[in-house]
Design a protein around this ligand. Structure first.
Ligand SMILES: *Cc1c(COP(=O)(O)O)cnc(C)c1O
Length: 381
């Protein structure tokens, strides 16, 4: 039996679906896909994809072929059970095509996103060896200098597409700063338009979550939101529209009063200036609750104070260093009997915005979600 007091992340399926529908409704002309890489941003790719399929999503993006292969069976079963004959679910693999994996792409019906001339050559050679036809996507470099064809290589790809030697179902690029007020997105948009113009009849995709909030110019034929589905902010003005999806909780294991002048936690990083009631909670950095969220004593983090959690309906600060399996909360501000062993504290969720916790830890919501450890039980509600 799994102990009740272990950390849990509750995942609100209705909120996940509501977020997808909200994003979908912002662009009437474009289809809305979903980034489900990294195990659905840590929450469970199969469960996420199942919920979004039922909402109407048919385009899924993963980083690696392995991730796509693990999803294919689920999506095919859902499609077979679906009463109306809708478009077949597609799985796009964003990176890492290599010769040995081409058979996996073909067997599991995965669409590679080709980002280098070498990717194109590997894909073509793999198809020739099997005499199969299968579509691919190409990605352009438009200002991020991460993955993508240069404009010269995009021209070569356009020649191959025009002559029928390369079958394409999508051209795409990725926005570097869509969540910030900068001119970079507009510059990328212009470059993307120019390069996509080389592929006249191929559908286009540019926007991640924050790109969806930049307006219809960025939507093209298909959007690829990730973080906003899972309840993270996606740029200025987005947070009102996005519902919290994940609620991370852990249990109080012990409550004690420590005296003024005493030290707390590893490294005696917190030294008490008054008598303090402390709740010791069973969650730590091994669960993905970052050490950088500590209330004190993390040398590399310049931000002060550390994160807060919700206990007995109130915000309480993290005290001293977060350790591997335990975190200390200063509950002096709560009524004396409000906190007992077994009470659960919320470390992020509807009452403790994940972006506020991320900021206190010097990181982003993406990292808090994808870092959730294997000891954290995923409970769908
Ligand atoms: C991860 C990813 C996305 C989703 O980005 P969010 O910022 O989470 O919405 C979209 N496109 C590509 C290429 C990605 O790598």
């Amino acid at each position: 039996m799994r102990p009740d007091r272990m950390p849990v992340v509750e995942i609100d399926r209705a909120a996940l679906i509501a977020n997808w529908r909200m994003l979908d409704s912002r662009n009437s002309g474009a289809k809305t896909g979903a980034a489900v890489k990294a195990n659905g941003y840590g929450l469970g790719a199969v469960e996420v994809a199942t919920a979004l399929f039922e909402a109407g999503c048919r385009d899924f993006f993963v980083a690696w072929a392995e991730e796509g292969a693990a999803l294919r069976g689920t999506l095919d079963r859902l499609q077979a059970d679906a009463s109306n004959a809708s478009a077949d679910p597609r799985i796009f693999v964003l990176q890492g095509l290599e010769p040995a994996t081409v058979p996996l792409y073909l067997a599991r019906n995965l669409i590679p996103v080709l980002s280098t001339p070498d990717d194109i050559a590997v894909w073509q050679a793999g198809l020739r060896a099997t005499t199969r036809k299968a579509p691919a996507a190409v990605q352009f470099e438009t200002g991020m200098n991460r993955l993508g064809l240069t404009s010269k290589d995009a021209r070569l790809a356009a020649d191959l597409a025009a002559s029928g030697e390369l079958e394409l179902c999508l051209v795409m690029s990725h926005l570097a700063s869509a969540d910030e007020p900068t001119s970079q997105s507009a510059e990328q948009l212009e470059r993307f338009r120019a390069l996509a113009g080389l592929f006249p009849s191929v559908p286009r995709s540019l926007a991640n979550s924050a790109g969806v909030f930049l307006g219809p110019d960025y939507a093209f034929d298909l959007t690829r939101p990730g973080i906003a589905l899972y309840g993270g902010e996606a740029g200025p003005g987005s947070s009102e529209a996005i519902r919290a999806v994940a609620r991370l909780t852990a249990s109080v294991l012990q409550v004690r009063i420590a005296k003024a002048g005493e030290a707390v936690g590893y490294g005696a990083a917190a030294r008490l200036d008054r008598d303090t009631r402390i709740a010791t909670v069973g969650i730590g950095y091994a669960d993905g609750y970052h050490r950088a969220a500590s209330g004190a004593g993390v040398g590399m983090r310049q931000l002060r104070p550390g994160a807060e959690a919700i206990l007995a309906g109130r915000r309480v600060p993290v005290l001293g260093r977060v350790s591997m399996d335990l975190t200390l909360l200063d509950v002096s501000g709560l009524p004396e009997d409000a906190v007992r062993p077994g009470a659960r504290a919320e470390f992020f969720g509807p009452d403790m915005p994940i972006d506020a916790v991320a900021q206190a830890a010097g990181t982003i919501a993406y990292e808090l979600l994808t870092a959730l450890g294997p000891r954290v039980y995923r409970r769908w509600v």
